[in-house]
Design a protein around this ligand. Structure first.
Ligand SMILES: CC(C)(COP(=O)(O)OP(=O)(O)OC[C@H]1O[C@@H](n2cnc3c(N)ncnc32)[C@H](O)[C@@H]1OP(=O)(O)O)[C@@H](O)C(=O)NCCC(=O)NCCS
Length: 225
């Protein structure tokens, strides 16, 4: 933000307008203040206006053990925007082989399809961490840890608050499994996800050096109440 503000000054701009979902102290600290006299016009289809003015629903349903869902997953996993942060084999047979067993009763990993206004738009899963995972994260093994992953398969749907709504539901599901803490890791350059997790109450625990594909991830944790 400071860089952007510096750039605005260098360019001689008259104002910067910020439209955060929540008006937070950190923006005030950067010198932003509410401006009652601004009039705003949004062209038709503007995302913020659509979202501010209408009701949208975000829900999770069980992943189906059927071709339609395998095709959906394969398509989302193949999306280069998603692949930058969420790597899964996008070959449909591989998808079925890996995710099929997760649809069975008793699977540790609980797979879900994200529905936005009833339409499948992404994938999420939650689970108790295994002992090996807890050890790899160097977290205390006296605590019952949960974890989750999520992706929204179409980049045009990012930044509309869907991620927040999904995480709220995932945390409820994790509490329902009887787990008291959540640990998640994400690529250190996935700034959107990191900001989102912080917003949802997670705190940075540690950098996991050369964690995946020689990249570093950040480990974030939260105690659930
Ligand atoms: C990560 C992901 C699930 C987030 O979902 P989303 O619906 O885009 O997230 P939201 O709209 O709820 O974003 C919430 C917060 O993220 C932050 N954010 C949004 N856009 C951002 C950007 N371009 N840069 C940095 N932070 C950003 C903001 O803090 C935002 O809160 P605000 O709107 O109140 O300011 C989605 O972007 C995605 O599917 N990415 C690809 C897969 C992925 O990275 N998965 C996570 C791997 S661990």
């Amino acid at each position: 933000m400071r860089r952007i503000q510096q750039w605005a000054q260098d360019e001689g701009l008259n104002l910067l307008i910020l439209c955060p979902n929540d008006f937070e102290d950190r923006y005030r600290r950067l010198g932003f203040a509410p401006e009652p006299e601004v009039l705003v016009w949004h062209p038709t289809g503007s995302i913020r206006q659509d979202y501010a003015n209408s009701e949208h629903s975000t829900a999770l349903r069980n992943l189906g053990d059927d071709d339609e869902d395998w095709e959906r997953l394969a398509k989302w996993f193949a999306n280069p925007h998603v692949r930058e942060f969420y790597r899964e084999d996008s070959d449909i047979q591989q998808v079925q082989a890996k995710f099929g067993p997760r649809t069975y009763t008793g699977s540790r990993v609980r797979p879900r399809v994200i529905l936005h206004d009833g339409i499948p738009i992404g994938y999420a899963q939650f689970y108790p961490l295994t002992e090996e995972e807890v050890r790899a994260y160097q977290l205390p093994n006296t605590i019952r840890w949960g974890g989750f992953d999520l992706l929204i398969g179409d980049k045009t749907l990012w930044g509309r608050g869907i991620g927040k709504a999904v995480i709220r539901q995932l945390l409820d599901e994790i509490v329902a499994l009887g787990l008291s803490h959540v640990a998640i890791d994400t690529a250190d350059h996935n700034l959107r996800a990191i900001a989102l997790y912080q917003k949802m109450g997670f705190e940075m625990e540690r950098v996991l050096k050369r964690w995946e594909l020689n990249q570093s991830n950040v480990l974030m944790i939260q105690e659930l109440h």
